[in-house]
Design a protein around this ligand. Structure first.
Ligand SMILES: NC(=O)c1ccc[n+]([C@@H]2O[C@H](COP(=O)([O-])OP(=O)(O)OC[C@H]3O[C@@H](n4cnc5c(N)ncnc54)[C@H](OP(=O)(O)O)[C@@H]3O)[C@@H](O)[C@H]2O)c1
Length: 315
């Protein structure tokens, strides 16, 4: 039985091995089962805006999706039950879970709540939310430029689950042209073809005090948050498989439509490392310094040097 677990409340999987833990501050009051399985979980409060943390998975070579409908992160991770538990835990402490429309379309019958990803611990996750003074479900937020969303899908029809679609003016027009009895709240931010990450956060914060926003991708939306320096922590599951790419198999990587380095590098700081069998659970602070939001603009001490005009070529 994991450390601290009550008798009769057994962890369904072996506890994660904590290889490194550098996070500081008070941990969440996790139920004993989750505390014994994961160890301490901390998310630092931000001044003037919610803490934004992302949770994604990739292969050893950075592939985030094999593509196609139904191609969620499960193809990447296995599926692997401990990864689903981590997803559940991170959802359970969130005020809102945000996904881009590409992610929404890839797993159309999903709802971004803890009990959906790991039903066996639904009661434990519910207890945690109650202990944290949170409503039963985080607000599910779908970001779409086009507004091309199937409003008949389960996420829009789950009692007690608030759904917010953040879209453009064109997307709003498309969505509201279709009448539906009790649809999601639609918020249009701006005339342009895409939305800024800070616009997305502003739209969500209209739902009340917002402390923690979980971004579950996909790679395009993650790129937007990174570009604007609005991602604080990246929880990254590294799955022990190689995806590869070819002309016939074009695959998205973890971050799309945003390019960093070598002139404007975006370095991250390692905060924690956990493992389970051959999977790694990494946590990086992606917004730990620098003059412009998440842009460090300089190589932090201990980080490898970027290729400079006079530097020797590597390899
Ligand atoms: N490995 C993982 O952990 C993980 C996590 C999530 C997703 N995925 C996979 O990634 C694939 C999808 O990749 P993706 O990069 O296309 O996903 P995505 O970022 O979720 O979706 C892109 C779409 O989201 C909307 N969008 C994103 N950023 C926007 C912005 N700034 N303003 C307005 N709309 C915005 C647009 O929707 P419209 O098309 O409606 O305009 C855009 O076409 C799927 O196969 C999925 O399973 C993997």
């Amino acid at each position: 039985m994991p450390r601290g677990a009550r008798s009769g409340e057994r962890s369904p999987v072996t506890p994660l091995e904590v290889l490194l833990e550098r996070t500081k501050g008070p941990p969440f009051p996790l139920p004993p089962l989750l505390r014994g399985w994961y160890g301490p979980l901390r998310l630092q409060a931000r001044r003037g805006r919610p803490c934004v943390y992302a949770n994604l998975a990739c292969t050893l070579d950075g592939v985030a999706s094999f593509g196609g409908r139904g191609s969620g992160g499960s193809d990447i991770t296995g599926p692997f039950p401990p990864d689903r538990m981590v997803m559940g835990l991170l959802r359970a402490v969130a005020d809102a879970v945000v996904v881009g429309a590409g992610t929404f379309r890839a797993i159309p019958h999903h709802r971004w709540i803890a009990s959906q990803i790991y039903p066996r611990l639904a009661g434990t996750f519910a207890r945690l939310r109650t202990d944290l003074g949170l409503p039963p479900y985080p607000v599910n937020v779908i970001v779409s430029a086009s507004g091309e969303l199937d409003l008949g899908l389960p996420v829009f029809h789950t009692p007690g689950l608030k759904v917010l679609v953040v879209t453009t003016r064109a997307g709003e027009a498309r969505l509201t042209a279709r009448r539906w009895p009790e649809g999601p709240e639609v918020w249009a931010g701006g005339e342009g073809p895409t939305l800024r990450a800070r616009t997305v956060l502003r739209a969500i914060s209209r739902h009340g005090p917002l402390r923690r926003v979980l971004l579950e991708g996909g790679p395009h939306l993650l790129g937007k948050f990174l570009k604007e320096g609005l991602l604080d922590d990246l929880f990254l599951t590294v799955a022990p498989q190689v995806g590869g790419r070819s002309d016939a198999a074009r695959r998205v990587s973890l971050v799309e439509d945003a390019a960093f380095g070598p002139d404007r590098p975006l370095w991250a700081e390692l905060r924690s490392v956990r493992s389970s069998r051959d999977h790694l659970f990494l946590r990086y602070a992606t917004n730990s310094g620098g003059r412009r939001g998440g842009w460090t603009g300089a190589v932090p001490s201990g980080a490898p040097p970027t290729r400079g005009p006079k530097g020797p070529p590597r390899g």
